[in-house]
Design a protein around this ligand. Structure first.
Ligand SMILES: NC(=O)c1ccc[n+]([C@@H]2O[C@H](COP(=O)([O-])OP(=O)(O)OC[C@H]3O[C@@H](n4cnc5c(N)ncnc54)[C@H](O)[C@@H]3O)[C@@H](O)[C@H]2O)c1
Length: 260
């Protein structure tokens, strides 16, 4: 018996990086998966990845923008229509935004990052939590960041949004615990995904590889995390191995956020 046999796991940002790796992981453990992303190409690649690892699971892909309320209602509705329940929700889609000092950040960019990284997470919670409350069970994992528990610099929008995700997580966790629903967050450090590759290009457009090597020296492990190292923890938080973990924010960062 696998941990996710017969369960439905809904994943935003499922077309790439952490979302895609988590889809593969939970599908390997028996889950049917719903993948949501703005990128149709990413969704198709993720579908192939999942099916090559777990040919017998059912997959639904939904193209949607998590910052748009109608799209969120659409992906939740499509999930319910196909599977009739949501056992786990990895509320994960996000962007980094343009790096800049606060005084140069611009309100437009600030609002853009908040719309996806914070409102997108709220809208997902707003529409999924009543379903889980009705079921009397369910586990949500929101994606925060080390940038949601520490200052990083040059990331006003990202920092505000990810600190906000931590707040939403604690707030919803204490609201829904009595209904058998858990809401936790992960705070990943630097995990090698297309987003972090893009970040290194922002830091040093001419030599992103050098920027990447320097950046990771601050980490106690002296290496980047890999998406599967996030997926295993997200799977744990969505499984019955973590039934007393609620409203928690878990760093997955090789110890970086503990460092003085
Ligand atoms: N990689 C890291 O080091 C790291 C660290 C901390 C937090 N995070 C967070 O993890 C999450 C996933 O990041 P990743 O590293 O896998 O990045 P990624 O770029 O590989 O994947 C993000 C996915 O989200 C999708 N997406 C972007 N905007 C969207 C929108 N409006 N609606 C729907 N989908 C959208 C993208 O198309 C992409 O497929 C993000 O919330 C990110 O902030 C990543």
């Amino acid at each position: 018996m696998s941990r996710f046999d017969g369960k439905t796991i809904l994943i935003t940002g499922g077309g790439s990086g952490l979302g895609r790796a988590t889809a593969v992981r939970v599908a390997q453990e028996g889950a049917n998966v719903v993948l949501v992303d703005v990128s149709e190409k990413g969704l198709e690649e993720a579908r192939q990845d999942v099916l090559s690892e777990a040919p017998n699971v059912q997959i639904l892909t939904v193209t949607a923008d998590v910052s748009k309320e109608d799209d969120v209602a659409g992906y939740v509705g499509a999930t319910m229509e196909k599977f009739g329940r949501i056992d786990g929700f990895f509320n994960n889609a996000g962007i980094e935004g343009k790096q800049n000092l606060t005084e140069n950040f611009t309100n437009d960019e600030f609002q853009r990052v908040l719309a996806i990284n914070l409102s997108g997470v709220f809208l997902g919670l707003e529409k999924v939590l009543p379903i889980m409350r009705e079921q009397g069970s369910g586990a949500v994992v929101n994606t925060a960041s080390v940038g949601g528990i520490r200052g990083v610099g040059n990331q006003s929008g990202y920092a505000a949004a990810k600190h906000g995700v931590v707040g939403l997580t604690r707030n919803s966790g204490i609201e829904y615990g009595e209904h058998g629903v858990r809401v936790n967050a992960i705070a990943p450090g630097a995990i090698w995904t297309p987003m972090v590759e893009g970040s290194m290009k922002q830091i040093d457009a001419e030599n992103p590889r050098r920027a990447a090597e320097q950046f990771v020296q601050a980490n106690p492990t002296k290496r980047y995390g890999e998406p599967h190292e996030i997926a295993s923890v997200v799977a744990f938080l969505m499984s019955d191995d973590s039934t007393y973990v609620n409203a928690a924010v878990l760093p997955i960062d090789g110890g970086q956020s503990a460092k003085y």
